[in-house]
Design a protein around this ligand. Structure first.
Ligand SMILES: *Cc1c(COP(=O)(O)O)cnc(C)c1O
Length: 429
C-alpha cells in the first residue's frame, strides 16, 4: 500500500488547517503515520485518494450503522436537498423524528434537536442546572461529553475531587463546578455529594471514549439511588451508545432510568444532528416554554432530519440487526483474542451490541485508571499493521470500534486473518 497522495494532501492541509485536521484524533498522532485522506465510502469500505480500500470499523466514529451510501438514507437526503437546505422555521420532519424517538422511551416525552453531540450535552447540562437551580455537576474520568468548557475537565490532584481544566482556554472558575468521579466506583461519587450541591450527574452508561468500558448494573443502580436521595438529575450521555448498543441504547440493556438523555451520531445517520430529551416537566423549563435559553440557526435542519428519520425508521423496522451486529462484533473480538494468544499476547475485549473494544492489557478494565495501563505502543503497531492490510480501525487505543450492517461474515473472517498476521508482525518488530 502506498499513501503518497495522502502524504501530500496532509502537507497541504497542514498549511491552512491546524494540524491538518478539523478534529484532533483524525491526525493519527497516537498511532503515527499519515491519515489516509478519504475519497469515498462504499458500503463497508472506505476508499482513500491513493485508491487503497479498507474495511471500515470506524463508521465516521459511530453514525453510519448501515455503512456508507445506504440507498434509503441517500434517497431521503436527496429528496430533502431538492426542497431547500434550510429554512430556520418549523418543518414536519422535526416532529416526525421526535415522535420516532419519544415512542421508544417511557421516560422521554419531548426532545430538542441541535447540530452536534457537544451541543446536546452542553444544553442538557444547562437544563439540569436550570431545573434544579444548582451549579455543581459530576462527571467521570475517562467519559467524554464533547468539548464544551464545563466538561473539559480532568480529575484534580490529591484529594480534591473538583476538576481542573484539561485544556488551556478553559477558566478554572468554570471547572470548579465540575466534580470528577471514578467510573464504576460509587464511593467516589458519594464524596462529590459531600461537598457539592449537585445539579446533575452525567455518565456514558456504556463508556466508549476510554475504549469500551461498560458501567456495571449495580453501580448504575446505586448512582440512581444517590441522585434520588439528593434531588439530583441523572443524565445518560448516549451520543455514542444510542441506537448502537441496542435499539434503545444503554436503556435497552440496563433497568436504570435516567432523567435526561443526550443523543448524536446514529441519530443523524451521518448528518450533523444531536438531541436531548426528558419528561415533559423537565423539558418545560426550556425556552420558549420556560426560562432556560437554548437555540440554533441550523437546529432541526431539514436535510439532517431527513437523514436521521430514514436511519431511525430503518432501524426500527429491522430491530433484529442488533443481534447480528453483536454476533459479528463478538466473533471479531474472539478472533482478535485468539490472534493475540497465538503470539503470547493477552488482550481484554468487550462488546455491547454493535460496539466493540480491545485493550492490550492483562487486567480487566473498569475505569479510566485501568484503561491507562494498556500498552499504547503495542496498539499503535497493531493499528499500523492492520491499516496496511486494508483494515481501518480507530486510530487510538481509547476509542470504540463499530460494526455496520454492511460488514459481512466474510469480512469479519478477512479481518481476523489480518489480525493474526498483524499480531505476528508486532511481536517480531
Ligand atoms: C462523540 C461524543 C460526544 C460529542 O459529540 P460531537 O458530535 O462530536 O460533538 C459527546 N458525548 C459522547 C458520549 C460522544 O461519544
Amino acid at each position: 500500500m502506498t499513501y503518497e497522495k495522502s502524504i501530500n494532501a496532509f502537507k497541504e492541509a497542514y498549511k491552512v488547517i491546524p494540524g491538518g485536521v478539523d478534529s484532533p484524533v483524525r491526525a493519527f498522532n497516537s498511532v503515527g503515520g499519515t491519515p489516509p485522506f478519504i475519497a469515498k465510502g462504499e458500503g463497508a469500505y472506505l476508499i482513500d485518494i491513493d485508491d487503497n480500500r479498507y474495511i471500515d470499523y470506524v463508521q465516521s466514529w459511530g453514525p453510519l450503522i448501515f455503512g456508507h451510501c445506504d440507498s434509503d438514507i441517500e434517497k431521503a437526503v436527496i429528496e430533502a436537498v431538492k426542497k431547500g437546505l434550510s429554512f430556520g422555521a418549523p418543518t414536519l420532519a422535526e416532529t416526525q423524528l421526535a415522535k420516532e424517538i419519544v415512542s421508544l422511551f417511557d421516560n422521554i416525552d419531548k426532545v430538542r434537536f441541535v447540530s452536534s453531540g457537544t451541543e446536546a450535552v452542553m444544553s442538557a447540562i444547562r437544563l439540569a442546572r436550570g431545573v434544579t437551580n444548582r451549579d455543581d455537576i459530576v462527571k467521570f474520568a475517562g467519559c467524554y461529553h464533547g468539548h464544551s468548557d464545563s466538561l473539559l475537565v480532568q480529575a484534580g490532584s490529591g484529594l480534591a475531587t473538583f476538576g481542573t481544566p484539561s485544556s488551556p482556554g478553559v477558566p478554572s472558575d468554570l471547572t470548579k463546578h465540575t466534580f470528577v468521579a471514578t467510573y464504576n466506583d460509587i464511593n467516589s461519587v458519594k464524596k462529590c455529594f459531600e461537598t457539592g450541591n449537585i445539579a446533575c450527574v452525567i455518565i456514558e452508561p456504556i463508556a466508549g471514549n476510554m475504549g469500551l468500558v461498560p458501567a456495571e448494573e449495580s453501580f448504575l443502580k446505586e448512582l440512581r439511588a444517590l441522585c434520588d436521595k439528593h434531588g439530583t438529575l441523572l443524565i445518560f450521555d448516549e451520543v455514542m451508545s444510542g441506537f448502537r448498543a441496542s435499539l434503545k441504547g444503554a436503556q435497552g440493556i440496563t433497568s436504570v432510568i435516567p432523567d435526561i438523555v443526550t443523543w448524536g451520531k446514529v441519530i443523524g445517520g451521518g448528518m450533523p444532528v444531536g438531541a436531548f430529551g426528558a419528561n415533559s416537566k423537565i423539558m418545560s423549563y426550556l425556552s420558549p416554554e420556560g426560562p432556560v435559553y437554548q437555540a440554533g440557526t441550523l437546529s432541526g435542519n431539514p436535510v439532517a432530519m431527513a437523514a436521521g428519520l430514514a436511519s431511525l425508521k430503518k432501524i426500527k423496522s429491522n430491530p433484529a440487526i442488533y443481534v447480528s451486529l453483536s454476533q459479528k462484533a463478538k466473533r471479531l473480538m474472539d478472533g482478535f483474542s485468539k490472534a493475540a494468544a497465538s503470539v503470547g499476547l493477552i488482550i481484554v475485549t468487550d462488546v455491547r451490541g454493535s460496539m466493540f473494544g480491545f485493550f492490550f492489557s492483562k487486567s480487566p478494565v473498569r475505569n479510566f485508571d485501568d484503561a491507562l495501563k494498556n500498552d499504547t505502543q503495542m496498539f499503535a503497531k497493531f493499528h499500523q499493521a492492520m491499516l496496511g492490510r486494508g483494515i481501518y480501525l480507530a486510530c487510538s487505543a481509547y476509542e470504540t470500534g463499530f460494526i455496520s450492517t454492511a460488514i459481512t461474515d466474510e469480512m469479519i473472517e478477512e479481518t481476523i486473518k489480518a489480525a493474526y498476521e498483524s499480531m505476528e508482525e508486532i511481536v517480531k518488530g
